[in-house]
Design a protein around this ligand. Structure first.
Ligand SMILES: Nc1ncnc2c1ncn2[C@@H]1O[C@H](COP(=O)(O)OP(=O)(O)O)[C@@H](O)[C@H]1O
Ligand SMILES: N[C@@H](CCC(=O)OP(=O)(O)O)C(=O)O
Length: 400
């Protein structure tokens, strides 16, 4: 199985958490108050562009959920493939510029068709285009949260996609699975639903006779030996199963379960049938801020700490003081996100620096009383406050 690239953070777990998720198992699907549903290009488009019957079927499902009072945010792929016919293409172009052009043409068609289809239910749709850049910066992340929250209170149907026409190669998500998991955090969803052209995760490629459906994933062990490397088919999908398992891992670590199934079986799943693959949440729900810090934020620098600080601050959930910091690299200002690593270079946590990289050199290794005496009362020596860091998993495993 391909190595995960997700960096995730650790849970302390807490019974009776006020942020408890009403959705624990697949039998609770209909208890979800807010759901993010992501649908892939392979379900909505083909070599000839949009498949309107499939979009109508999805809209029927979403309208049914909305009529029961469930808030839905749709993350819809398909812009690039929807642009194929107009540009004379029949499969995803390799070069980024043509993909951007195709997305610019296709996103318009995609949203137009969604608008038309949702009009059958008197529902207004809104297009929300995001890039990874927006989610990395705290101010823009909050701005995106505000827009989506307002759309939901206005009972408008938000349809999110990556802003493919302008996202640069370095920072683009490329696939919408990860974007969907981050959106689930952004809107504090109870459930993430990933809809693809395959009805579940299988032990190997579904076309192989020995492949079996995986019913539930609750830990990494459930994924041992699972082969997800074969890319998606049809020349329109991108990530295949790797990005879906990755996305489910991101959601799980922030307390959000995921159902992975096909667009065709989604209604059955919501009707209580045992379909698809259920990825359990790995612990209590995290605040959107902790999720942002641990998963999304752009890291501007690194603090190296000594063993005493690992034991006294990181292991005990306390503030990180200048006295325990042995090095600071990077160019950051107060409020930027930095990694916190031990002497061996292992990254343990991510947090918000209270001082800039130019202020820190004279502070390192010095006690709070020394700092106050030498630099003034304003220097309390707390470089990362206890409320401002999250612990990362010791490995890149998505499940803890
Ligand atoms: N272990 C597996 N289980 C299920 N599907 C797999 C597996 N390995 C690879 N796949 C492929 O992943 C495809 C779905 O990925 P993709 O085409 O990117 O979907 P989407 O467009 O919905 O994001 C499936 O059609 C299947 O061919
Ligand atoms: N943002 C792109 C989606 C990229 C993509 O193909 O994702 P997916 O089909 O979900 O693997 C688009 O709208 O075409």
């Amino acid at each position: 199985m391909a190595e995960r690239r997700t960096t995730v953070f650790r849970y302390s777990g807490a019974a009776g958490d006020p942020r408890a998720n009403p959705v624990v198992g697949r039998e609770d699907l209909t208890d979800a108050r807010r759901v993010v549903i992501k649908i892939g290009s392979s379900s909505l488009t083909g070599p000839h562009g949009l498949r309107t019957e499939e979009i109508d079927a999805l809209v029927d499902l979403v309208a049914g959920l909305r009529s029961r009072g469930t808030q839905v945010v749709l993350v819809s792929s398909g812009a690039i493939a929807a642009g194929f016919p107009a540009l004379g293409l029949s499969r995803r172009p390799k070069d980024t510029a043509t993909q951007q052009a195709s997305a610019a043409v296709g996103q318009n068609r995609l949203i137009s068709y969604y608008s038309q289809s949702f009009a059958r239910y008197d529902t207004t749709v809104a297009q929300v285009l995001l890039t990874a850049e927006e989610l990395m910066r705290r101010g823009q992340y909050i701005n995106a949260h505000r827009a989506l929250a307002r759309l939901l209170t206005l009972d408008v149907m938000p349809i999110v996609n990556e802003n493919d026409a302008v996202a640069t190669r370095e920072i683009r998500f490329g696939d919408n699975d990860r974007l969907a998991a981050l959106t689930a955090n952004l809107v504090k969803a109870d459930l993430l639903v990933l809809l693809s052209d395959v009805d579940a995760l299988y032990t190997g490629h579904p076309s192989l006779p020995d492949s079996r459906r995986i019913r539930t994933v609750s830990s990494d062990e459930d994924l041992a030996g699972v082969d997800v490397r074969t890319p998606g088919s049809a020349g329109v999908g991108t990530g295949g199963m790797v990005t879906k398992v990755d996305a489910a891992g991101i959601a799980a670590t922030t307390g959000i379960p995921t159902l992975l199934t096909s667009a065709g079986r989604a209604a059955d799943a919501f009707a209580g049938e045992d379909v698809g693959t259920w990825f359990s949440a790995a612990g209590r729900r995290r605040s959107a801020r902790a999720a942002w810090l641990g998963l999304t934020a752009r890291v501007r620098g690194r603090l190296t700490i000594d063993d005493g600080a690992v034991a006294g601050a990181i292991d005990r959930g306390r503030s990180l003081l200048a006295a325990g910091i042995t090095g600071a690299v990077g160019d950051f200002t107060a409020g930027d996100v930095v990694e916190i690593a031990d002497a061996s270079g292992r990254v343990l946590a991510r947090g918000l620096a209270a001082y800039s990289s130019s202020q820190l050199p004279v502070m390192l290794g010095r006690t709070t009383s020394e700092l106050k005496a030498d630099l003034g009362e304003g220097y309390d020596g707390v470089v990362v406050h206890a409320d401002d860091w999250v612990r990362l998993a010791p490995t890149h495993s998505a499940f803890l």
